[in-house]
Design a protein around this ligand. Structure first.
Ligand code: HEC
Length: 152
């Protein structure tokens, strides 16, 4: 890339509120906001699938395949936001997030693996298998919230 373009690119990054070091040292409040945003998007893209699995929303193969792909990516995004330096920021995360880290990590891995299976099976067009896998993903959301999120 030529130097002028590179410096314009960096200027845009900085004016968007990022400096290169900020990626490594985001403020705790920012990390909390980002992890909650990832969760909100998980809710957005999982919600209709949950409805389809329960027969409340008509089954739509194209929406399933798209949302499952988004969820596969989103399932990996929130976790670095649960940095110990965010412990004292007000949020719905329970203290167990920072004390029972092995169990929290296990719940993340379980979710990532089920979301990844859903992305794979969503391409098959096998409605019954897709609905069963949507249920499996939903259980991983609920299971983690049960142990690691304040009751809503
Ligand atoms: C490994 C644990 C874990 C998994 C898996 C998980 N969550 Fe969460 N979720 C949390 C925690 C912890 C919070 C509270 C975060 C906070 O307040 O900073 C949360 C918060 C949320 C919120 C509220 C966000 C806000 O602040 O407005 C939504 C919505 C949500 N999760 C949806 C989902 C959905 C949908 C799934 C599955 C597709 C899911 N989560 C999977 C742990 C998890």
């Amino acid at each position: 890339m030529n130097k002028r373009l590179l410096s314009i690119g960096l200027a845009v990054l900085v004016s968007a509120g990022y400096s290169l070091s900020a990626f490594a040292q985001a403020k705790p409040e920012t990390l909390v906001k980002q992890r909650q945003s990832a969760m909100v998007l998980q809710g957005k893209y999982f919600g209709p699938l949950g409805g389809m699995a329960q027969g409340k929303v008509p089954y739509d193969q194209a929406v399933v395949a798209r949302n499952a792909g988004y969820l596969d990516a989103l399932s990996r995004m929130a976790w670095d936001g649960f940095n110990p330096n965010t412990k004292d920021v007000k949020s719905a995360a329970l203290p167990a997030v920072y004390s029972d880290t092995a169990k929290f990590k296990e719940a993340q891995d379980h979710f990532i693996s089920e979301a990844s299976k859903l992305a794979a099976v969503s391409k098959s067009g096998d409605e019954a298998a897709v609905k069963a896998q949507i249920g499996a993903v939903g259980k991983t959301c609920g299971g983690c919230h049960e142990n690691f999120r304040e009751k809503q």
